[in-house]
Design a protein around this ligand. Sequence first.
Ligand SMILES: Cc1cc2nc3c(=O)[nH]c(=O)nc-3n(C[C@H](O)[C@H](O)[C@H](O)COP(=O)(O)OP(=O)(O)OC[C@H]3O[C@@H](n4cnc5c(N)ncnc54)[C@H](O)[C@@H]3O)c2cc1C
Length: 484
Amino acid sequence: MTISRRKILSGLGITTTILLSPLQLFATSLKEKIETFRDTLNGKLITRNDKNYELTRLSSVWQQVKPKQFPDCIVQAKNVDDVVAAVNFARTNHKQISIRCGGHSYYSSFLQNDKLMLDVSSLREVSIDTGKRQARVQVAMRSVDFMAEIAKHGFSFPAAHCGNVPLGGFLLGGGAGWNGEAWGGMSCFNISEVEVVTAQGQLIRANAEQNSDYYWAARGARPNFFGVVTEFVLDLYAEPKVILTTTLIWEVSRAKDVADWLEAHIRSMPENVEALFILTQNPDPKHEAGEERVCIVQVSAFSDTEAEARQALAPLSSSAMTDDCLAKTEYASTPIASLYEWDAMAYPQWRWDVDHLWSDDSAGDVVEKVIQHTRDMPSTRSSILLLLKPHTKELPDAAFSMIGSLYIACYAIWGSPDEDIPNNNWVKKTMTLLKENTKGHYVNESNYADNPERARGSFSAESLQKLKRLSSKHDPEHLFHSYL
Ligand SMILES: Cc1cc2nc3c(=O)[nH]c(=O)nc-3n(C[C@H](O)[C@H](O)[C@H](O)COP(=O)(O)OP(=O)(O)OC[C@H]3O[C@@H](n4cnc5c(N)ncnc54)[C@H](O)[C@@H]3O)c2cc1C
């Protein structure tokens, strides 16, 4: 069957009759709708026919491994009006939405075949209310910029350890940030309000009293959230006047003893002390022959005075355990800006594969299982990292509901696609070695596409039930892509 449609090329005064199949008619009308939508946007719409589509798609992914996933179109929202327009356009045209903020998801969860990818990375405004000690900040502001901005007013916040990571995905997935234990545990527990564009295209504000379903979910649901978050209101902390860091390095053969020793000390240290334990390549290019793999202990104290910070770190220096360190830097002054510089160097934008687990087991037991595996690491840039004491308080009622006393992450970082297989296998083997130590997974860093069961492992059973119920209630037509 064909349908006849009269088209008047009015400018020339010519009337033609074009015969169209229903499919062509649909395609044409969708094309027209797309063009109308394009005209209404302040930002940009990029479709698969546009010549800059592939460049835009590739550059949306922060690292060098670029998944072969092709959204139908990409909306680069310039402001909140664009977000509302994109949600309404997608709903009326039955297009599912995936959301991109900073593109730092390890597995590019925002990049999905045939979807409308809504890129909110231009939403970066911030204002500070010094009286209330709060910041209103749009989702895509980078951690390093946010910290610099609030520091002008004497405030700080548990922003992401890597400065380029924006607040959006980081906070929606929990957020393990600077000085986390002292500053509310997971960073999302410092959200006091969110601004959300709902599946119905309404712009709402959600907090503990108002639209509380959205507030509950915004603290931890991340790739399963049923709306677009455009802004957070965050509770701030007084900026620590002094941050001192002690860094100690041992041969990897000492790793179990060091982990046991660190854990014994760290649990009794004040909550403003943050401890990382890293198994990796010796960072000193001039290191003596012997073991190239090392364990690094990096402990920072966030304090008001130098004396207080030194006192907090003192147990590390006075111990006989440090006698056989390969290298020792004690009480170094490390303002946030310098910690961010260190992080940027440690985590280059190369090819990445990452996996992780929460565990309640002892650090020494976990570390012992991966000592030889650290020696077998195919890339010298890779590491296995333990965050001790990620959150020691009872979790508030929120979507974020899975945590352990240890966070263990395995980062494979390498340069060439030829080295993908050994590096991917190394990450897989880490998880196999630590299978029995696994309590659950971190919502922010899970690969749900390859492991759909991770959705269960990232939430408590109760929270997962509630999240599914709220998602069906507020997004009944599944406008937003989710892994539930
Ligand atoms: C180098 C590096 C360092 C990191 N360091 C830390 C760290 O110190 N601590 C930590 O906890 N995590 C860390 N992460 C993990 C990071 O927090 C998550 O990957 C986070 O999701 C990245 O945020 P993003 O805004 O780039 O999210 P994107 O990758 O842009 O989006 C990821 C998903 O979040 C959801 N989402 C994003 N924005 C919105 C929105 N506005 N509304 C609704 N849903 C949205 C979408 O489902 C999207 O698929 C790090 C990651 C990298 C690559």
